[in-house]
Ligand binder design. Structure first.
Ligand SMILES: [Zn+2]
Length: 390
């Protein structure tokens, strides 16, 4: 699920209440996602996963096929890593029992692990995966494979972290040079190449199982946008010295259903409480704590939801493009040209101006979220239509 050298979006800094855009996702992309989420908030997708069993060797073959059809060299790299026992430290477990999914970068030091807050507590060390650091000159994937479609998808994800580390090392850099916002984007890119292949697979058991996971993931991550935006509204209002009315903010972001959202979602109720505390906290410390909670939530706009959407957008936007352009995309995102910001990587494949980035984001949501989205009414009581968004 994660690269062990990962810094959470909590490290995002604010400048006069504005998220700083440097080293993060382009404003035009975030703004377009925000605009679309305001049109209609997706209802939480609670579909049951399919119980398709995929033996390990089949899973590896599917991943290699997926990456090869997008970028032949990427597929070759996948083939190498997945079949090298020194690099794939994998244990097969029962469906739903996977507790270990990570990639350890080449040369990862214990000091960096400790600094990242990802060190395994002594009481929780798993004898199958005893070390957090990695003295080897190549990335190692630690993985409990649960034989499901989602186990396959997340193996493609961890593989993305390992490939990115290889590409960066080959270009003369290390994990320390990788911009933090690129870590998850890289892994989501290979994950989404795998999704795209599996969802279109001729074996309908595979394609249906992959489609369910995809729909759940995309609607639920996109569904995190309104809460982060509510938090950002409150931060900006507080910094402008305005009076914060939590009910109004929630209603403007979630529509008339906002009270249900708070009742059903622990994160949402925590944010609502933090907004209220900004006004009524008896001391400066309480207010600061509330502000920090809101800033952390707003910082998630540049975190997982955006990295997963952008990665899915790279795949869907390049669907009908040439093999050469697809390769440019994987090379740039996965670090073959050395450390790149997502802005550089997107510019390389033709998404550079604010207009082009906005279009990229709109197309992303149309492809990833709206075709299968069950919508809840917006504040106007109007249900969004998939073809509302062009
Ligand atoms: Zn990850």
């Amino acid at each position: 699920m994660y690269n062990i050298f990962m810094i959470s979006s909590k490290s995002i800094k604010y400048n006069n209440g504005q998220l700083t855009a440097s080293e993060t996702f382009p404003d035009a992309v975030i703004d377009a996602f925000a605009k679309q989420s305001a049109k209609s908030a997706p209802a939480k997708n609670t579909q049951e996963s399919a119980n398709t069993i995929i033996p390990l060797e089949r899973s590896k073959t599917l991943i290699v096929e997926a990456l090869s059809q997008f970028d032949l060299e990427l597929g070759q790299k996948a083939q190498e890593i997945l079949n090298d026992p020194a690099r794939l430290n994998l244990k097969t477990v029962e469906p739903g029992q996977s507790r270990m999914m990570r990639s350890r970068a080449a040369g990862l030091t214990q000091e960096d692990v400790d600094k990242s807050g990802m060190a395994t507590p002594a009481s929780h060390i798993n004898p199958d995966f005893p070390r957090d650091d990695n003295p080897e000159a190549f990335a190692i994937i630690d993985y409990e494979y649960d034989q499901t479609i989602s186990g396959t998808i997340y193996l493609a994800h961890e593989l993305g972290h390992a490939i990115a580390d290889d590409y960066q090392n080959e270009a003369g850099f290390s994990y320390r040079d990788n911009p933090t916002h690129m870590n998850e984007t890289q892994a989501y890119l290979t994950q989404h190449i795998a999704y795209d292949y599996l969802r279109n697979h001729s074996d309908t058991e595979i394609s249906n199982a992959a489609d369910i996971e995809y729909q759940k993931e995309m609607t639920n991550y996109f569904g995190e946008y309104p809460l982060s935006l509510s938090a950002l509204d409150a931060v900006q209002q507080a910094q402008a010295g305005a009076t914060i009315i939590p009910n109004e903010i929630f209603q403007s972001r979630f529509g008339n259903d906002w009270k249900n959202v708070i009742a059903q979602d622990e994160n949402a109720s925590g944010i609502y409480e933090a907004m209220s505390a900004l006004q009524i906290a008896p001391d400066a410390e309480g207010q600061e704590q509330a502000l920090s909670t809101l800033q952390n939530e707003a910082g998630r706009l540049h975190g997982r939801s955006t990295s997963i959407l952008v990665a899915s957008g790279i795949v869907s936007n390049l669907d009908t493009q040439s093999d050469g352009l697809k390769k440019q995309a994987t090379d740039a995102v996965l670090g073959r040209y050395g450390p790149q910001d997502i802005n550089n990587a997107l510019a390389r494949i033709g998404f550079e101006t604010p207009e082009a980035l906005e279009k990229f984001a709109e197309q992303t949501v149309t492809q990833a979220v709206f075709p299968q989205m069950t919508t809840v009414p917006t504040q106007d009581g109007i249900k969004a239509e998939a073809n509302d968004i062009t």
